[in-house]
Design a binder for this molecule. Structure first.
Ligand code: TXA
Ligand code: MG
Length: 347
């Protein structure tokens, strides 16, 4: 394993942390671990008592299915049946990586994992620490994002600690620190159970990337819809507590926002776009943040920025809307969910 993978931990500490994590998982306890997308809250997927603790720790309703993380695609058939050829193709092309495949489940899979459905979500994560954990465990680890139900997913070990705690006073036995998640938003989810390939959740891997590999483009739901798209997709409000709304660039150019922030500077925080290449990077201030005009870099910092602004106690967060282009699909999806889930935004 790349020794620099667990940022903030040297190789010996990381070895020790992984050994303890395996022990905890085998004893049916919860372990939070890094992935390239966001941190996961993991339990032994073959132990329903362990999996039930995930729901308790997150405050998550029991009918929401969780993704099972596996070390490599040779574990697929243990969890899924009737696997279509395209699933193998996508696994070959994108695993380890930020892609979750929804397949028909094997009969032994706990209803807690599937939310009572006939399907299961599977993924081989691309983070070296996650992969090493899974290889040593040599089994499936059920893991949703390691946040309280409905809140923003954590992209660092500290975020998990703030949300769920760690150790004796918490249901989380251990948090394995792997540094900041590099993708920063949750995996792309593709449903392969109906004969028509569908995008259930946009992410870093885009429908265009999938089409380039297998010649087929997944069906993309109505872009503007904030509605529930598939059963189990209700946990859609990756929301800060502070009301959030999106405005286009002209809003920030007018005096209105400036007058408002001058008059009551504590009432507003903003997230603006800055041109990614060749420009002088504007200075962040406490209330004004700038994220790069590049979807990958923007996604990497989005949840961290929302978390920081959420802690300021301002009345609202106004986000400059990114362009409505396929490259921004995943970021726009998360911003819309945040806007929908965070209550009425100030006008
Ligand atoms: O990037 C990710 O996918 C992260 C990391 C930890 O892997 N995990 C994650 O898990 O975001 P979670 O539980 O927060 O979101 C998983 C989504 C949920 O919306 C869930 O409803 C959906 O995947 N899902 C899981 N299994 C499913 C299934 N069998 N059918 C349909 N949707 C499913
Ligand atoms: Mg989640």
């Amino acid at each position: 394993m790349n020794p620099s993978a667990g940022a903030g931990m040297n190789q010996d500490d990381l070895e020790g942390a992984l050994d303890r994590a395996i022990d905890h998982l085998r004893r049916g306890e919860l372990v939070a671990f890094p992935t390239e997308t966001v941190y996961g809250l993991g339990a032994d997927a073959s132990n329903p008592v362990a999996v039930s603790k995930i729901f308790q720790a997150k405050g998550r309703p029991a009918d929401h299915p969780v993704i099972v993380h596996i070390p490599c695609d040779s574990h697929l058939e243990h969890w899924a049946r009737d696997i279509p050829a395209i699933a193998w193709e996508l696994a070959e092309a994108f695993w380890p990586g930020p892609l979750t495949l929804i397949l028909k489940r094997q009969p032994h899979v706990s209803a807690l994992i599937t939310g009572g459905q006939e399907t299961i979500g599977l993924r081989v994560p691309g983070h070296p620490v996650a992969l090493e954990l899974l290889r040593r465990f040599n089994g499936g680890v059920a893991a949703p994002s390691a946040n309280r139900f409905g809140r923003i997913s954590p992209t660092s070990a500290d975020h998990v600690r703030q949300e769920l705690g760690e150790g004796c006073d918490s249901l989380v036995a251990q948090i394995v620190d792997g540094g900041a998640s590099q993708v920063g938003i949750e995996s792309t989810i593709i449903d392969l159970t109906t004969g028509v390939m569908r995008l259930l959740r946009p992410g870093h891997i885009r429908p265009e990337d999938i089409e380039a590999v297998c010649g087929l483009r997944p069906l993309v739901p109505e872009e503007r819809s904030c509605d529930v798209r598939a059963s189990g997709m209700l946990e859609g409000h990756y929301a800060p507590r502070t009301p959030l709304r999106m405005e286009d660039e002209s809003f920030f150019a007018t005096d209105a926002i400036h007058r408002k922030s001058d008059a009551s500077a504590r009432d507003w925080a903003t997230i603006r776009l800055f041109p990614y290449q060749g420009a002088i990077v504007p200075q962040d201030t406490r209330l004004e943040r700038f994220l790069p005009d590049c979807p990958e870099l923007y996604a990497r910092k989005l949840y961290l920025t929302l978390r920081e602004l959420d802690q300021l106690g301002v009345h609202g967060i106004v986000v400059q809307a990114p362009p409505e282009t396929p490259e921004w699909r995943a970021v726009l999806d998360r911003l819309r969910r945040a806007a929908a889930g965070s209550g009425p935004a100030p006008k």
